[in-house]
Design a protein around this ligand. Structure first.
Ligand code: 9YT
Length: 129
């Protein structure tokens, strides 16, 4: 059984800031935990826009606080995000993520992140070696 508090991982190497400081991701479960997915408690900071294209991963996102939107790159469809919204990038969908207020998101990645990844320039995470 794994039991962890968010407070246990703050200020550790499981707390990872985006290089542009658009978000901070607290990796509650990572690859070494051998669950087959990683689980993150992520804050997207207000007034930011992030281009994301997880070519190597599937991600599901559940919003528990804040307000924002995603816009698909393929056809410009905009989906509002508020507490209770879930979206799943089941087609590796390239998109823009915007936060109007700080958004707190629970994120699940398959395959799991190693835990220290930040976005590459193309908006992806590399596949952990
Ligand atoms: C929703 C999203 O993908 N935000 C970027 C950070 C990422 N989810 C992470 O590593 O927690």
């Amino acid at each position: 059984m794994l039991v962890r508090m968010l407070s246990d991982i703050l200020d550790t190497d499981r707390e990872v800031y985006a290089q542009n400081n658009n978000w901070v991701s607290r990796r509650l479960l990572a690859r070494a935990d051998n669950m087959g997915f990683s689980l993150h408690d992520t804050i997207i900071f207000a007034k930011t826009e992030t281009m994301i294209w997880y070519k190597n991963h599937l991600e599901a996102v559940y919003c528990i606080e804040g307000e924002g939107e995603i816009e698909t790159a393929k056809d410009g469809t905009v989906y509002p995000i508020k507490p209770g919204t879930m979206y799943a990038l089941n087609d590796h969908d390239k998109h823009f993520l915007r936060a109007f207020k700080d958004m707190r998101l629970v994120c699940v990645f398959n395959p799991p992140l190693k835990g220290d990844e930040v976005h590459l320039e193309d908006g992806s995470y590399s596949l952990s070696e």
